[in-house]
Design a protein around this ligand. Sequence first.
Ligand SMILES: Cc1cc2nc3c(=O)[nH]c(=O)nc-3n(C[C@H](O)[C@H](O)[C@H](O)COP(=O)(O)O)c2cc1C
Length: 201
Amino acid sequence: MILDLIKKRKSVRKYSDKHISDKDLKQILEAGRLAPSWMNVQCWKFILIKSQEHKDLLSDLCLGQEHVKKADALIVCVVDKSAWSEAKITEILNPAVNPALQGENGLLIRSMEQLVYPISYMMLTAESLGIGSCIIGAMGNEISGVSESEYYKVKKVLNIGEDQIISTIITLGYPAEKTETIKKRKAFEDIISLEKIGNPF
Ligand SMILES: Cc1cc2nc3c(=O)[nH]c(=O)nc-3n(C[C@H](O)[C@H](O)[C@H](O)COP(=O)(O)O)c2cc1C
């Protein structure tokens, strides 16, 4: 059951030396490819990283996070803002809702939003294969504005275009130790309501 996987998954930041097979990596990436998006715009690209050289470069960009360097593989998740220009949103809905017409901020927010789905699908697929993962959001990019020169260097090395932004990195590797399964989460009644906030379900 998918809920069991969700309950079991925890961020994994320490990895064993065991390599992930290409077959499993392809399955994880395929889960991302099949994720839903607004009007099926699929404003994303995913770059699989296996080389230590690129891992080191990306670890530096992620403020030196060790697990980025030590993961067996990384998936660099890239927002492709140019994908919206092909979207057919204006034919179906009020054109005002088209992210491509909502200014740079609107376009960015709606584009980033789409990436949450493939990232979640890929993490859960990794979990189902016994592979640990961690989402990495702390990095230099157009959004954080930190480490600008490193960021543009990484973009060049990874052949990432002007309209494309690294939003997230997923680290992947077999867990080196037993993962703690206790989830620190807000209580059900603190975040879930019926009909209006504060009314318990
Ligand atoms: C958008 C996003 C960005 C994150 N960025 C980082 C990060 O840069 N480094 C890191 O080690 N963990 C990062 N995490 C992992 C969170 O710390 C982790 O998911 C959270 O503490 C809950 O723990 P769990 O994943 O084990 O359930 C990020 C998670 C999300 C959703």
